[in-house]
Write a protein that binds this ligand. Structure first.
Ligand SMILES: CC(C)(COP(=O)(O)OP(=O)(O)OC[C@H]1O[C@@H](n2cnc3c(N)ncnc32)[C@H](O)[C@@H]1OP(=O)(O)O)[C@@H](O)C(=O)NCCC(=O)NCCS
Length: 158
């Protein structure tokens, strides 16, 4: 039987499962500390399949007073199945009074394709954050119609 992925708020109980999903968190104590902080502040949305977390997003109101998609992670064994699109749709569809930005490294072509597919607009490049790998910034155009055109933001079949 095909299972469904659904998205909901991250809570402290998700911590261990999100570490299992996030390869960086597995070896980086600083990422684990950030995960705890994001869970405590309600910044995390979690995609689950059959009750198990398989990916997450972090949005914080941290970019010049605007929302910023700090991070999107899909567990390695769950990639290339539309979970990234599903999580992006969830972030884009949330009501907000501010603009929505994100960024990714120039080397991260998978993320750049995902952002292009979701209709995000390029808004600049910053050198000097990661040596030799500039940061590309993007803004979501804030059209609810655009997000719903891409897919149903609520669920995806796995
Ligand atoms: C970036 C990331 C979140 C994408 O997640 P994902 O779930 O694999 O994303 P999707 O499945 O929606 O799309 C990825 C690819 O799978 C393809 N795909 C989606 N559904 C598919 C399906 N059912 N069958 C085959 N391919 C499929 C998409 O077309 C896309 O292909 P492309 O990269 O050639 O354009 C994931 O790779 C990840 O966690 N990377 C590490 C963390 C990271 O770099 N985050 C971004 C910066 S914060």
């Amino acid at each position: 039987m095909r299972s469904m992925a659904i998205i909901g708020d991250g809570t402290a109980e998700h911590f261990d499962a999100l570490v299992a999903v996030d390869q960086i968190a597995q070896h980086d104590p600083a990422r684990r500390e950030e995960l705890r902080k994001w869970l405590a502040s309600g910044s995390i949305r979690v995609a689950t399949s059959g009750g198990s977390p398989i990916g997450y997003t972090v949005v914080e109101p941290s970019f010049f007073g605007n929302d910023f998609l700090v991070l999107i992670v899909v567990g390695a064994e769950h990639r290339n199945a539309g979970i990234g699109q599903l999580l992006m749709g969830d972030v884009e569809a949330r009501e907000r009074d501010t603009k929505l930005f994100t960024s990714t490294n120039l080397s991260n072509q998978v993320m750049q394709r995902l952002l292009a597919r979701r209709g995000w607009h390029s808004s600049g490049m910053v050198f000097g954050l990661d040596e030799g790998d500039p940061e590309l910034f993007y803004q979501f155009p804030q059209s609810p119609r655009l997000a719903s055109e891409h897919d149903d933001p609520e669920r995806v079949s796995l």
